[in-house]
Design a binder for this molecule. Structure first.
Ligand code: GLU
Length: 474
């Protein structure tokens, strides 16, 4: 539940207002940056069964900022969708894109349905009709507004969106770039599914690498052996867990899901947990774990890093004082309410804000869009060339030194980069650069109180610079 005093959008505005004074921009310009530029609220009919009655569906697409085009952001299918929520999520996309350095304005879409209640065919009808509404109002297109997956949607829906768009806009050369997060075989990109979770891991690793910052919150540097609790085993939470364990040596000691919370101080094997959940439909009862007393109890466990990877408003005035984590990495959008944040900051918790830590998804969406516009595959042109050159170099060194290499060692030295290598490398670079930018902003002004405010200042300054450079016309 949201805290009493603010809606989700008002919460985002409150965070913006906290940062605005440090941006050195005029009041009018700040108002323009803060406002949602276009709000498309729609109701459309869908005939769910041949010959049956129609159902009227409520849906939205909000373009928060057109300072850069196209606008970008996911589409959510959920019964909690409402205009305020979509506005808040669209605004967060603007700041997210600015922080991570992808050249988009922010947008978001929402369809107020419970996807579990519909058959695949019915979902397809709803998705295609929603897309047709967007086309009709010029709210979708590779240079206009580019949706992507969000809560309740995935590659399947993105493929339907692309197909509908391409059918209505037959012959448009760059049509495949009208949506991202598509299946790899349908103009998608490898590494998009894991991207948000992988970005969360890179962001946490970067935050943990600064000795001064870690000292302040009582942690040593490095990811190895750190404890983590994750809320939500969806796409983002599961990949965060899998990658944090495999590449960071992190121990996931607690998991919270809709059906309950589980705990194992020695670490939970996330890959095995996902298999178990697929079979039983629940995380509860996973061997080696104890079930905690209530659904959200894992959030209150003693741990180094808490990763809320579900929905907004999960850490609020009701449970904030019970949260013991030293770091909260906001893998979801808006999981900590402003009221909860006050409590957490007072006790010295480091909150790594959503607009930075979950930006891996839109970053790899950007790579997918570039791939679609270039009509080629990353790495295709240079992979062999690089590999041949390194093989020649290795051969020469071996000849000169008389030494030998195992096939595995040779492969490590001579493989050319393929699409996945390049996507991961680009994502890693984006996450590291952005953290350094936010941290520098924070360090440059001792009055900036926390990391979220620093991220907002960093984003607002960039957007403000865009407006000042391009001017306002007419
Ligand atoms: N829905 C995701 C987000 O909130 C991804 C957006 C995108 O890839 O455009 O960041």
């Amino acid at each position: 539940m949201a805290d009493k005093h603010y809606s989700f959008f008002e919460g985002v505005v409150k965070n913006f207002d906290k940062a605005a004074p440090y941006s050195e921009l005029t009041e009018g310009l700040l108002e323009q940056i803060k406002a949602c530029n276009s709000i498309f609220a729609m109701k459309f009919p869908v005939r769910l069964n041949d010959g049956g009655d129609v159902e009227v569906i409520e849906a939205y697409r909000v373009q928060h900022s057109n300072h850069r085009m196209p606008t970008k952001g996911g589409i959510r299918f959920s019964m909690d969708v409402n205009q305020d929520e979509v506005m808040a999520l669209a605004a967060l996309m603007t700041y997210k894109c600015a922080v991570i350095g992808v050249p988009y304005g922010g947008a978001k879409g929402g369809v107020k349905i419970d996807p579990k209640k519909y058959s695949v065919e019915q979902l397809e009808r709803i998705t295609r009709r929603y897309t047709a509404e967007l086309v009709r109002k010029n709210f979708i297109g590779p240079g206009l507004d580019v949706p992507a997956p969000d809560y309740g949607t995935g590659p399947r829906e993105m493929a339907w969106i692309m197909d509908t768009y391409m059918t209505l806009k037959h012959g448009e050369m760059d049509g495949a770039g009208c949506v991202t997060g598509k299946p790899v075989e349908q103009n998608g990109i490898v590494g998009r599914a894991e991207a948000t979770g992988r970005g969360v891991f890179y962001g946490i690793r970067e935050a943990l690498s600064y000795e001064d910052d870690m000292k302040k919150i009582g942690l040593t540097t490095g990811t190895q052996g750190k404890t983590m609790v994750i809320q939500g085993m969806g796409n983002v939470g599961s990949h965060t867990g899998l990658i944090s364990i495999a590449e960071g040596g992190i121990k996931v000691i607690g998991v919270a899901e809709y059906e309950g919370s589980i705990h194992n101080p020695d670490g939970i094997d996330i890959a095995a947990l996902l298999e178990f959940r697929k079979k039983t439909g629940s995380i509860v009862g996973f061997p080696g774990t104890t079930t905690l007393e209530h659904r959200g109890a894992a959030l209150e466990l003693e741990c180094d890093i808490l990763v809320p990877a579900a929905l907004e408003n999960q850490i609020n005035a009701d449970n904030a004082s019970k949260i013991k984590a030293k770091i909260i990495a906001e893998a979801a959008n808006g999981p900590v309410t402003p009221e909860a944040e006050e409590v957490l900051l007072k006790r010295g918790c480091l909150i790594i804000p959503d607009m930075y830590i979950n930006a891996g998804g839109v970053t790899v969406s950007y790579f997918e869009w570039l791939k679609n516009l270039s009509h080629s595959t990353f790495g295709h042109m240079e992979k062999r060339f690089t590999s041949n050159r390194y093989n020649n170099m290795v051969d020469l060194i071996l000849q000169m030194t008389g030494k030998e290499l195992s096939p595995a060692q040779r492969a490590l030295l001579t493989n050319g980069a393929d699409e996945l290598d390049l996507v991961r490398s680009g994502l890693e670079e984006s996450m590291i650069q952005a953290y350094q930018g936010i941290r520098k902003t924070w360090q440059a002004d001792p009055n900036i109180p926390d990391l979220r405010t620093a991220a907002f200042v960093y984003a607002i300054k960039k957007i403000g610079a865009d407006y000042l450079a391009m001017g306002i016309w007419p």
